[in-house]
Write a protein that binds this ligand. Structure first.
Ligand code: ATP
Ligand code: MN
Length: 484
């Protein structure tokens, strides 16, 4: 007896030998002469069908074979008479590892809403949709490492606990071992963090970038790929409180090189999914087509999933400056007809509705926007030389915008001039002493360098065609929700 995953069994070139399949029952169908059991072990979207003759098994065994039960079926692998599969197993032995009471098991072979499935996140990986998403998520993560490894990048592990308050102070989760009921106080009455575990205030990281830069200024090309935390109270379909971010950082790269890398990288990982996850993507494409039947024509996606992914691979991303984008938005129909919820004008932080207009309506392809106003971007971005066409100072930022998602990547060339960086740090009210180590890299062997951050779940969202970011991570963390 050999134990092979269903994926391999279904691809068997020969039949007639004895095999054992272990997995969870998806469906049981009984006819007069045979019982058909569809078994899935998560290795593939497809099930292996076991056929059992009723007389050969005790009634008790057959009774316990229900949707959700975990079983091991041994038997002969034979060519399948039915359509839909090449082979099936003619059962000689059925072992029940774990029954699943059909009156209580919440996953029945019918459509469940995504909202309901979120409430049973401990079981939802056993649905076809989630298992497909999780397999694609795995493939994409693997592709990320492949890409960087093949291109001479080193995987740098940046800290999850940080003491730097340089970024997103209000959005950070505090890390402490202090007793919240008995907080130690200083003579002035403030909380005495000297008595805390690290002897200072610490938080969960919102980005590995600052430390990533330190790595790039020694190893030339690094990337991080780790958990990232943001306590922003944004209940959207694109934000999680805990997500995974990929952040490459490269010495000697200018903005243009940064854009080229971002585009090449994203195309590579999407291409990897297309070649390695064809079955799962086909399943999700059909699911989407099904789901969209109930939507009005205008809300349906312009392309089926696979076509959309190929389209991204085969077209250059549209590159333009923020200033040019604002001009387009000012000339646009939704602006003139006051259809945008948020006002448009040079200096605004682009809202999702603006980004999506540019991508989905105007250019109809992914867009890279560059040279944003300095005031709406981070202190570490490289300041542009004065640009006469822009109404105010700009920085060498780049955001990659995707259809259906909006911003998927945010990046920039970094300010490598010590004086300019220090001035900016002080201007935005950061205590230079708190990031002395970051500033020092501009005093010792500074180099032009660039990098970006890709939200991994936004990538998975795009590739799977799912509608909500909570459904592309196994156990989502969002405001008021951290079960499982
Ligand atoms: P947004 O404007 O969409 O909130 P951001 O500008 O705050 O994003 P960055 O700080 O530039 O995001 O982070 C880089 C990338 O990380 C983003 O392009 C996005 O893909 C991803 N990202 C940011 N915040 C979240 C979040 N809360 N949940 C999931 N992904 C996120
Ligand atoms: Mn951003």
């Amino acid at each position: 007896m050999s134990l092979l995953p269903v994926k391999q069994l279904l691809a068997s070139e020969t039949t007639g030998h004895t095999i054992t399949v272990k997995g969870w029952v998806r469906t049981k169908r009984e006819s007069k002469n045979a019982i058909f059991i569809a078994i899935n072990d998560g290795s593939t979207i497809h099930n292996l069908q076991a056929v059992a003759e009723p007389g050969q098994f005790s009634e008790e065994t057959i009774r316990l074979v229900t949707t959700g039960a975990c079983v091991a079926v041994t038997g002969t692998l034979v060519e399948s008479m039915g359509s839909g599969q090449k082979v099936e197993v003619k059962a000689t032995d059925i072992h029940i590892y774990g029954p699943a009471d059909p009156d209580k098991f919440p996953l029945q072979p019918k459509k469940h809403s995504m909202e309901f499935l979120r409430e049973i996140a401990h079981l939802r990986p056993r649905t076809n949709t989630f298992a497909a998403v999780l397999r694609i998520r795995h493939a994409l993560a693997f592709a990320v490492h492949n890409y960087f490894n093949d291109n001479g990048f080193f995987y740098l592990h940046t800290p999850i606990i940080t003491a730097s308050d340089a970024e997103g102070a209000g959005e950070m989760f505090r890390v402490t071992t202090l007793d919240l009921n008995k907080l130690p106080r200083t003579d002035e009455g403030d909380i005495d963090y000297k008595q805390d575990f690290f002897g200072r205030e610490t938080n969960l990281t919102v980005s590995g970038q600052l430390e990533g830069e330190l790595g790039a200024l020694a190893l030339s090309k690094i990337y991080t790929f780790g958990p990232t935390f943001r306590a922003e109270n944004s209940n959207t379909t694109r934000h999680l409180a805990e997500f995974w971010m990929i952040e490459p950082e490269m010495a000697f790269y200018e903005l243009e090189d940064n854009m080229n890398l971002a585009e090449d990288f994203v195309k590579y990982v999407i291409g990897y999914a297309l070649t390695h996850c064809a079955d799962d993507l086909a399943f999700l494409e059909n699911r989407l087509i099904d789901e969209e039947k109930s939507k009005p024509q205008a809300e349906r996606s312009p392309m089926p999933l696979l076509e959309k992914l190929s389209f991204v691979l085969n077209n250059n991303f549209q590159r333009l400056t923020y200033t040019e984008a604002i001009d387009i938005l000012l000339q646009s129909k939704p602006h003139k007809e006051k259809k945008f919820q948020y006002p448009v004008g040079w200096g605004i932080d682009l809202q999702s509705e603006h980004e999506r207009f540019l991508v989905e309506k105007h250019f109809k392809k992914p867009v890279i926007l560059t040279n944003y106003p300095r005031e709406i971007k981070s202190f570490y971005m490289k300041q542009d030389d004065v640009d006469e066409s822009a109404p105010g100072p700009t920085v060498r930022a780049m955001d990659v915008l995707f259809p259906g998602i909006g911003e998927i990547i945010g990046g920039s060339q970094r300010e490598d001039n010590y004086e300019k960086l220090l001035a900016r740090v002080e201007e935005v009210g950061i205590d230079p002493a708190s990031i002395w180590w970051f500033l020092e890299t501009r005093q010792f062997g500074s180099a032009p360098h660039s990098g970006f951050g890709l939200g991994f779940e936004r990538l998975v969202l795009f590739v799977t065609g799912m509608g909500n970011i909570r459904d592309v991570i196994p156990f989502p963390r969002t405001p008021k929700s951290a079960e499982f």
